[in-house]
Design a protein around this ligand. Structure first.
Ligand SMILES: Cc1cc2nc3c(=O)[nH]c(=O)nc-3n(C[C@H](O)[C@H](O)[C@H](O)COP(=O)(O)OP(=O)(O)OC[C@H]3O[C@@H](n4cnc5c(N)ncnc54)[C@H](O)[C@@H]3O)c2cc1C
Length: 372
């Protein structure tokens, strides 16, 4: 239902994976669509803290070019600091987020989206049946808003939506350590990424990781924010594990960055034609912190929801249809994982039990079939 008096049908804040896919689908369906992004996207643009691990299915689905991949992997090595180690098979690759996000935003542009970079949102107001959005460069009107501006979403803050509960936020620290490809392969194996667990002796609720890229090891650590006492000290404890110390010996620190991951839904994900997508809605796997595919799928589902509700003249059902569509596709499983997470991280025995099961089963299977 196009509104000729407004600048845009769909206005998207944030050109991460969620915003770009929402934009692409909206434009493909004939909606006049604009994305604003506070940074510049691409090689010369911003750095985004992320492990950058994505599954092979996603690479194939979006036809992600081989020359944009940093490194392929075939397994996730699971280390418990008490000494147990297991290996979980699973093909995927690591990517740099500036390159990946640029690829997705180019897809949106090709579909007809207008992308405005270096244009942060400053103000958003609801008028009768539309929104007025102000940036440092202009003012725009639109019917629908997609809030895909990440975990700290300015859009939702300005609209007065409630923030996440503390137990649903993970504080992460990332260090990008430059080191030669040969050494990475010697120390971490040719095709493995590594995750480290330990409730008593490493991280109460969360985990740490070594994700190799072409000539960099992404060293990451994440703990539930209200359990963090001294993040730098806790990160150091991880770096001092013999395996980790050996892996990063001789490497050069290039980037150090803290960031948050939401691991439970925001108290609401829809209101008055505004859809929270991806991290802004807390639509992330609560056990692994994987969020890229869920941001992309929730962006797509938000637009499909608009389209189907308009078609059936069910505009008062946008919120319930959005959540129902998300549930059907994957959110039901993420909600169950959120509950299971508390059980898994109860103590080291329950955690080790999960890691043993994880070696053989998908985490969704463990949770939905109640194997723990
Ligand atoms: C340390 C770390 C490691 C991770 N590792 C992985 C991993 O290996 N695999 C995985 O799948 N997921 C991983 N994640 C999660 C993943 O990064 C997120 O789930 C994903 O980026 C969410 O995408 P999004 O589009 O919702 O938000 P984002 O990627 O956060 O994008 C939001 C966009 O909005 C823009 N923006 C913000 N404010 C404004 C504003 N006011 N105006 C305009 N634009 C704005 C930002 O610049 C940004 O481009 C990790 C996260 C962290 C923190």
């Amino acid at each position: 239902m196009k509104n000729l008096n407004l600048d845009y049908d769909v206005f998207i804040i944030g050109a991460g994976p969620g915003g770009s896919i929402a934009g692409k689908i909206a434009a493909e369906n004939g909606y006049k669509t604009c994305i604003i992004e506070k940074d510049i996207i691409g090689d010369k643009g911003r750095y985004k803290a992320c492990g950058g691990a994505i599954a092979l299915e996603l690479i194939e689905e979006i036809d992600y070019p081989e020359d944009k991949i940093s490194r392929y992997f075939e397994s996730l090595e699971l280390h418990h600091v008490d000494g147990e180690r297991s290996s979980k098979k699973g093909k995927g690759a690591t990517i740099w987020r500036n390159v990946f996000d640029k690829f997705l935003s180019d897809m949106a542009i090709e579909s007809g989206v207008l992308l405005k970079e270096d244009e942060p949102l400053i103000k958003i107001e609801k008028r009768d049946d539309f929104y007025r959005v102000s940036t440092k460069k202009g003012k725009y009107t639109a019917k629908y808003i997609i809030a895909s501006d990440g975990v700290t979403s300015t859009t939702l803050k300005l609209l007065g939506w409630p923030y996440f509960e503390k137990k649903n936020i993970i504080l992460t620290i990332t260090k990008e350590m430059k080191i030669s490809s040969d050494i990475i392969e010697q120390k971490l194996g040719k095709d493995a990424i590594h995750a480290f667990f330990g409730i008593k002796n490493l991280i109460p609720i969360g985990y740490a990781w070594l994700f190799p890229k072409a000539e960099t090891i992404t060293v990451g650590w994440g703990n539930q924010i209200n359990l963090v006492k001294n993040s730098r000290e806790e990160f150091k404890k991880f770096e001092n594990l013999p395996f980790v110390r050996n892996a990063i010996k001789g490497s050069e620190l290039k980037i150090f960055k803290p960031h948050l991951i939401p691991v439970g839904l925001r108290p609401k994900i829809y209101e008055d034609n505004v859809f929270a997508v991806g991290d802004a809605g807390g639509i992330v796997d609560p056990i692994s912190g994987k969020g890229i595919p869920y941001a992309m799928m929730s962006g797509q589902i938000a637009i499909e929801t608009i389209k189907s509700c308009e078609k059936r003249d069910k505009m008062n059902k946008l919120g319930s249809v959005y959540e129902k569509n998300l549930d059907r596709k994957f959110l039901r499983v993420l909600k169950a994982k959120r509950i299971a997470r508390d059980q898994i991280f109860q103590n080291d025995e329950s955690l080790k039990n999960f890691l043993r099961l994880w070696e053989k089963h998908r985490s969704s299977e463990i949770v939905m079939k109640k194997l723990i």
